[in-house]
Design a protein around this ligand. Structure first.
Ligand code: BG6
Length: 507
């Protein structure tokens, strides 16, 4: 969480839209996401004075907590965030309520409706409701159905439902889930959340591309030779083996976060800046994307799993030794793959995508590498000039770099690569928000621009279907290859690029 309440620069720089009177109902209120992300994000909005006074949070879970107990647990979860802001916390906490409820039990959802009406009267929230499903994905369909059956989604202008990832586990299950939720609510009420789209730097891909004239003319196959998209994490599976064992990196990171970054990087300019225009272009580019070897997917994908690593003083357990992980698990904690986008802009340009846990650095970035100069006039450090690169630093150290050759000082005419760097921190002097701050605000405002539409989700799952089927039906063709914790993944991932005469960027 960013600790930022009163930075006047920050307030001044923003043109915030006003969130209307609102009750946000969080299912899964006793869970990790609520405590680590949702409540801190709502508190941050409150501190930024972006929540109206007619505001309430209703936490729902099976535990029989009282309002008071919920408040004190959320205060505990916020810890240092509220130290020194006691009075602000008190104002926020007055709007926190709790109701034991079970999405699997329609009767309890009907009772919830009554509690919501009480809250409407008490807090003047006027029937504006955002239902946030931070529950096991098994309940996304039935939970939305229970809300609809209780009449809680009847008003398409005042009610909406936010659905966490993963939205389905493959193409058919995503299609089926879309059918269920679309039978309960209008598409404009359904907010499929991908927290990467809440990151400033991910949104900045759009601004950088479409608010400048220097990039877009060269943003295509004539100038760009390849694109690398990386999301590296230092953490392991943490306490999430129960979920991760059946998900793996492909479903956990690639199908959603990395594919969204790919879509923003590769999409055509939208005709206007609105939700439908942007999502149309993202859906189109995903429909044109394909694995580099569709019928032999093992040739364009590498799966890895971290083994033990670290040092004698601070050893890191391997994935199979993590609590809750099967000792023979074949779940991947690393994926690298090569994709193509079959359209006029990108035909023939490889997009390499990789993500992994327990890598040496936490870092997400997009690297666009430009074609080499046709003639090398100068001696270059390393023999040949480094191709120009545009590096979009998603996190941490948010910003962008342009790498180009300059004359190295001295009497000769040797060239050397340098970086021209833009840093969010240096230019704006403020840390960027957690994605959830932005996305919760947008959901409450009913703005779906940064949420994933049904056709996008389906296109993303369809893209990876050949891989998912292979892992299911012939896993020996795409085995998980071990890599030592704190290294950059299995050697085969390097070979994937070496075969094309390339290397992964080592930041
Ligand atoms: C989540 C994944 O969606 O994103 C996690 O489930 C992953 O496995 C996390 O660690 C990464 O998010 P961020 O914002 O820390 O890059």
């Amino acid at each position: 969480m960013s600790a930022v309440l009163t930075n006047p620069l920050r307030v001044g720089l923003r043109q915030e839209r006003i969130i209307p009177a609102q009750c946000i109902v969080i299912f899964g209120a006793s869970g990790d996401l609520t405590q680590r992300k949702l409540i801190p994000a709502l508190f941050e909005l409150y501190r930024q004075r972006r929540l109206p006074s007619e505001f309430a949070v209703l936490g729902c879970a099976r535990r029989p907590w009282s309002d008071e107990e919920f408040r004190s647990r959320m205060a505990e979860a916020l810890g240092d965030e509220i130290a020194g802001h006691g009075h602000i916390w008190e104002g926020f906490a007055a709007g926190l309520f709790y109701e034991p409820a079970d999405l699997a039990n329609p009767v309890s959802i009907v009772a919830l409706g009554e509690r919501l009406e009480q809250i409407d009267r008490l807090r003047a929230t006027r029937g504006n409701r955002t239902f946030y499903l931070s529950v096991s994905p098994a309940f996304y369909g039935s939970g939305t159905r229970a809300l609809a059956a209780a009449g809680l989604l009847d008003d398409p202008d005042r009610t909406r439902v936010v659905i966490e990832k993963p939205f389905g586990t493959d193409y058919p299950s995503a299609q089926a889930l879309n059918k269920v939720v679309q039978a309960c609510a209008k598409e404009k009420q359904i907010f499929r959340i991908d927290h990467y789209l809440g990151k400033e730097t991910v949104q900045n891909i759009l601004v950088l591309r479409f608010a400048n004239t220097i990039f877009e003319p060269i943003w295509n196959r004539n100038y760009i030779s390849n694109v690398q998209i990386t999301a590296a994490e230092t953490v392991g599976v943490e306490e999430r083996a129960g979920y991760y064992e059946s998900s793996g990196a492909l479903r956990d990171m690639v199908q959603n976060h990395l594919t969204q970054i790919l879509a923003l990087t590769a999409m055509e300019p939208p005709g206007r800046f609105d939700a439908e225009a942007i999502r149309n272009e993202k859906a189109k580019v995903l429909q044109a994307a394909r694995l580099a070897h569709r019928s032999e997917p093992w040739k364009c994908c590498v799966r890895g799993q971290y083994g033990p690593g670290g040092s004698a003083r601070s050893p890191i357990p391997g994935y199979r030794e993590e609590p809750g992980v099967n000792a023979n698990s074949t779940t991947e904690t690393y994926v690298a793959m090569k994709l193509f986008i079959d359209n006029w802009r990108w035909q023939g340009v490889p997009f390499y995508v990789r993500t992994g846990k327990r890598l040496p650095k936490r870092l997400s970035e997009v690297v666009l590498t430009f074609r080499e100069a046709p003639v090398h006039l100068f001696d270059a450090a390393g023999g040949a000039p480094t191709p120009n690169q545009l590096i979009l630093r998603i996190q941490p150290d948010e910003g962008a770099d342009i790498r180009f050759e300059v004359k190295a000082p001295g009497s000769g005419m040797r060239s050397r690569p340098v970086d021209m760097a833009f840093s969010y921190d240096e230019s704006f002097g403020e840390p960027s928000d957690e994605g959830y701050v932005r996305l919760l605000a947008d959901a409450m405002l009913g703005d779906p621009t940064l949420f994933t539409r049904s056709d996008e989700v389906e296109a993303a799952w369809r893209l990876y279907t050949p891989l998912l089927e292979l892992i299911e039906d012939a896993p020996w063709q795409l085995p998980v290859q071990p890599y030592e914790a704190r290294t950059w993944g299995p050697a085969a991932a390097d070979v994937l690029l070496a075969d094309d005469g390339l290397v992964w960027r080592r930041p």
